[in-house]
Design a protein around this ligand. Structure first.
Ligand code: GLA
Length: 377
């Protein structure tokens, strides 16, 4: 079936090592791109439509290029319409095409399957339209599609990692300036293990946008006395001194953001030194803060993180991504991974009633483009 296509364009899912719910507050994050990815097989046509099909779905959907806004509620197709729409609105003449989408990032697992789809599809459309853009520009367009069409007011972390990820490196990304430092993963005799709660999460119907509003309000209130460019830049003592400006809930949200940003700095130092015990402790503290202050975990993520954190050869575990379901990331001794999966998996199933799934994170490049030559067809 793939013989009919001209290009294969892939973009990665991501795991965020630490720095959760701080990207939209101007903070630093520390994600890495996964080898789990979405691949778009694409061929340009002369028709004024995009014919979409999926490797794991029997049906196909045709998008009319003159009415892209009408697919907002069409399952699976809406993300693709979002990408084409955002490109058209930015002045790109989107060509007709035939597309096959093949996603190995599990959906709803908090590993950014939607960013992988958006980044790969936007890159593929730009390729056949003959328009050159950098991976960062593609990430920004993908974020725009997610915000303006899909309706999730997400930050830039997922799309950036999906487009700009580097093999065996984590990205220390400042979300206010998009300055990024690649930090080689120094995990020694450990690996990053991802555990999916298998509780589907939805950022829109979940409380993601509510958290964004709360942090914006906290910043607005603090801004009446504190001179800082964003919430992430407010200092811990400034928060304490001006606590009276905030309700209990807004104080908790702000405290998480400000402390999490400090943890990211310390995590980078720990990674540079290969101090995995320190990194693990920061992961644990991050989870506790997301549970108690930011309140985005839920019983499934808490059960999975607690089981991992009680496992002696796990140095630290936390939820990763938006939360309300999705996955945890844990630093686990390589020699104990099998036992980790068995014991943590069994405890999770006992407590929650269904199974978790485990993946060993392979850190890979973000966006890759391949022209399909005769030999590869
Ligand atoms: C989702 C969003 C990101 C980020 C994380 C939480 O994955 O898409 O922008 O806010 O949640 O860190």
């Amino acid at each position: 079936m793939k013989t009919d296509f001209e290009y294969a364009v892939s973009a990665a899912g991501r795991v965020n090592i630490i720095g959760e719910h701080v990207d939209y507050c101007g903070g630093k994050v520390f994600p890495a791109a996964l080898s789990l990815k979405n691949t778009i097989y694409i061929k340009k046509t002369d028709a004024k439509e995009i014919v979409l099909s999926w490797s794991d779905l029997p049906s196909s959907v045709t998008l009319d290029l003159s009415s892209l806004e009408s697919y907002k509620n069409v399952p699976h197709a809406s993300y693709f319409a979002a990408c084409a729409d955002v490109l058209q609105k930015s002045g790109v003449e989107v060509p007709g095409c035939v597309v096959l989408s093949d996603c190995t990032v599990p959906f709803g697992a908090g590993l950014s399957s939607s960013a992988a789809i958006e980044v790969s599809f936007i890159a593929a459309l730009l390729l056949i339209a003959g328009v050159k853009k950098s991976p960062v520009e593609i990430a920004l367009l993908a974020q725009k599609a997610e915000r303006e069409y899909v309706g999730t007011q997400c930050g830039i972390m997922d799309q950036y990692a999906s487009a700009c990820g580097k093999k065996d490196a984590a990205l220390l990304l400042s979300c206010d300036t998009l300055a990024c430092k690649e930090v080689p993963l120094r995990l020694g005799d450990c690996a990053l293990v991802i555990a999916n709660t298998n509780k589907p999460h939805s950022l829109v119907s979940g409380k993601y946008n509510e958290r964004r509003r709360e942090t914006a309000e906290a910043f607005e209130r603090l801004g009446t006395r504190v001179d800082a460019p964003c919430l992430a830049a407010v200092k811990e003592e400034e928060l304490e001194r001006n606590k009276d400006l905030l309700s209990d809930v807004l104080y908790k949200r702000a405290k998480h953001v400000i402390e999490e940003v400090a943890r990211v700095e310390r995590a980078e130092e720990a990674m540079e030194k290969g101090d995995l015990a320190a990194l693990g402790a920061l992961l644990k503290a991050s989870h506790a803060s997301l549970r108690d202050l930011f309140e985005v975990t839920g019983k499934e993520l808490d059960a999975l993180a607690a089981a991992a954190n009680d496992f002696s050869e796990c140095l630290g575990s936390r939820m990763t991504g938006g939360g309300f379901g999705g996955s945890t990331v844990s630093i686990v001794k390589k020699s104990a991974i099998e036992r980790f999966e068995k014991e943590v998996g069994a405890r999770y199933e006992r407590e929650i009633g269904y199974k978790a799934s485990f993946y060993i994170a392979e850190i890979s490049d973000g966006l890759t483009i391949k022209k399909l030559g005769e030999s590869e067809k």
